[in-house]
Design a protein around this ligand. Sequence first.
Ligand SMILES: C[S@@+](CC[C@H](N)C(=O)[O-])C[C@H]1O[C@@H](n2cnc3c(N)ncnc32)[C@H](O)[C@@H]1O
Length: 294
Amino acid sequence: MAFEQNKKISKKVLTIDFGERGVYSFGNKLNNLTGKEWIKFSKSWFIHKPPRRKTNEILHPAKFPETLVEEFISFFTKEGDWVLDPFMGTGSTLIAAGNLKRNAAAVELSKEYFKIARVRIKKEKFKERIIPILGSSVNLSELLSSNNIKNIAFDYTITSPPYWNQLERNSLRQKVRSNKGLATKYSHSSDDLGNETDYDAFIERQAKIFDNVYDLTKPNGYLTIITNNVYYKGKLFPLAFDTAVSLTKRNGKSWVLKDEKIWLQNDKPLIALGVNSAWVANRHHQYCLIFRKE
Ligand SMILES: C[S@@+](CC[C@H](N)C(=O)[O-])C[C@H]1O[C@@H](n2cnc3c(N)ncnc32)[C@H](O)[C@@H]1O
């Protein structure tokens, strides 16, 4: 390990040269990445090629790949930091955090998905605190306290809330899932944001949960929300854009919107939608919205 003085800065800043990976500076306030890795992540779009999903992960209709979450956690935290996910699903964020030696807590409403997450986490035998919690994020602060997570200011939240009513929508993909006997609904709970039929009410209820996250986040901590605009009854609902705007207009709890990173899903098969009739897109990208508590 070769330490050297960074010559561009007048103050003494130690660096460490990791060869191919690039040079890490001990002046790096945010993460454990080298300058080369930092720049690579700063691109505004990415294509991610995750490994194939395992059978118990297919049970969840909208799981995101751990390898993708790992890239975000690596950028927005350092080892030992605390990560939060208020919409846990089958625990991708917890597994990614554990793999990267971060601590993490996550909340899931559905017993079925909570159990899958718990089994997956037990298998890993992480040394850090990796805590899956069963309950509703509507009561996030109380829920964390009652699970012994007190006085912790989270460094980073990464999550993917339900995409409004999209699971129930009668699309071709949903028909394929339902023909295979797989769920097309997260749960029957009225706390489940995916069961909110009114679009504006969804936006407000979602924003309220992120008010809770705001309270639990340290100053200057980041939040990433993975979501999308959605097509319903012949028109586009700008869910990703309204999510971005709604969180920046909260009374005393406004997040600062810093950017979006676009996840290009280049591996999805094209489906014949609206052919010979009208415009319907094969929507093959998602938005990773980046906010900061400033
Ligand atoms: C898009 S999925 C998240 C998937 C997750 N990122 C993964 O990789 O498995 C949204 C999850 O939020 C859960 N959910 C919905 N409303 C909730 C609430 N009020 N509190 C906690 N979880 C909720 C759903 O049951 C669903 O599993």
